[in-house]
Design a protein around this ligand. Structure first.
Ligand SMILES: [Fe+2]
Length: 258
C-alpha cells in the first residue's frame, strides 16, 4: 500500500507545533454534550464530528456503509457550542474524520502503560490516499501530564513523553505508535482530538505553526519505570490466565483515543 504521508512525521512519527494561547478562548469544552465511551482509561467524549452527525463516537468502519476515518459529519448542536474548537479543527483545511473532545480522569503511570494502544485510523483507507494522523490540542492545563508514545509496546527505551500544558499542540501517527496519556490530575483533562488526512494542506499547517520533531522527554526515575513495567506484565499475565480458564482468546482492550 502506498499512502501520502507528511515528511514532517516520516522519521519520528510525531511533530510538535507552536503552543496555542489557550487562555484567550472561552472554555467551550465545558458546554458540550458528552457520551460515555470506554477508551484509554476512564473517559467520556464530546464529538464535534461523527460518522453521521449524531452524538456518538464509534469508529466509522462500524457504521453502514463502513468507511475509513474521513468525511466526518459536523454535529450542529455541538458546533454551535464550540465554534472556536471547530475552527481550530478545520484550520488546516485537510479532510477531517472523527473530531471530539476527550475527558480523561486522573490515572497512574502503571495504568498508562496498561492502556497503551495503537489506533486503527487507516482501516479501509484506499491505497494512494492520505494517511490518517491525529491532532491533539490540550485544552486544560496539565503541565505535569504526558502523552506517552512507544514504538515498541513493552520497550521503555522507545518511550517518548510529551508534556501537556494548556495549548500544547501535537500531531501523531497514532497507528504507528503505542500511545496513552499519563494524567496525575487532580482535575479531569480535556483535549481536542482530530483525525486529519495527510497531504499538502496538513503539511502547510505544520509549517505555519513551526512543527518540530526536536524534543527531550522530561526525566522519569528508572525505578518507577521498572516497577510499572513489572506491574503491567503481571496484569497482562493475570488477564491471559483468566481468559484461558474461560477458553476465550485475548484480543486485547479495544481503545481508540487518548
Ligand atoms: Fe488512540
Amino acid at each position: 500500500m502506498s499512502y501520502i504521508k507528511s515528511a514532517a512525521l516520516e522519521e519520528t512519527g510525531f511533530v510538535i507545533l507552536d503552543r496555542y494561547d489557550q487562555a484567550q478562548d472561552p472554555k467551550e469544552w465545558l458546554d458540550l454534550e458528552y457520551v460515555d465511551w470506554k477508551s484509554s482509561g476512564d473517559t467520556q467524549f464530546a464529538p464535534l464530528a461523527s460518522a453521521n452527525g449524531e452524538i456518538e463516537v464509534n469508529g466509522f468502519w462500524n457504521h453502514q456503509p463502513p468507511r475509513t476515518d474521513k468525511d466526518g459529519v459536523w454535529i450542529e448542536s455541538q458546533v454551535a457550542k464550540a465554534p472556536r474548537l471547530t475552527a481550530r479543527a478545520q484550520e488546516p483545511g485537510a479532510n477531517v474524520g472523527r473530531c471530539r473532545v476527550i475527558e480523561l480522569k486522573p490515572n497512574s503511570y502503571e495504568e498508562t502503560l496498561y492502556n497503551l494502544h495503537q489506533d486503527d485510523n487507516n482501516r479501509l483507507n484506499p491505497d494512494g490516499s492520505g494517511w490518517i494522523v491525529r491532532g491533539f490540542f490540550n485544552l486544560s492545563d496539565d503541565a505535569d501530564s504526558c502523552l506517552v508514545l512507544r514504538e515498541e509496546r513493552f520497550d521503555p527505551d522507545t518511550e517518548i513523553r510529551i508534556p501537556l500544558p494548556a495549548g500544547a499542540q501535537v500531531i501523531v501517527d497514532t497507528q504507528r505508535f503505542w500511545h496513552a496519556v499519563w494524567h496525575p490530575g487532580p482535575e479531569n483533562r480535556y483535549c481536542l482530538i482530530t483525525s486529519w488526512e495527510s497531504g499538502p494542506e496538513l503539511d502547510a499547517f505544520i509549517a505555519k505553526h513551526h512543527g518540530t520533531t526536536e524534543h527531550t522527554s522530561p526525566p522519569l526515575d528508572p525505578a518507577v519505570i521498572a516497577h510499572a513495567q513489572a506491574d503491567v506484565q503481571r496484569r497482562f499475565a493475570e488477564r491471559a490466565a483468566a481468559l484461558a480458564e474461560r477458553g476465550s482468546a485475548d484480543e486485547g482492550p479495544e481503545m481508540s483515543d487518548v
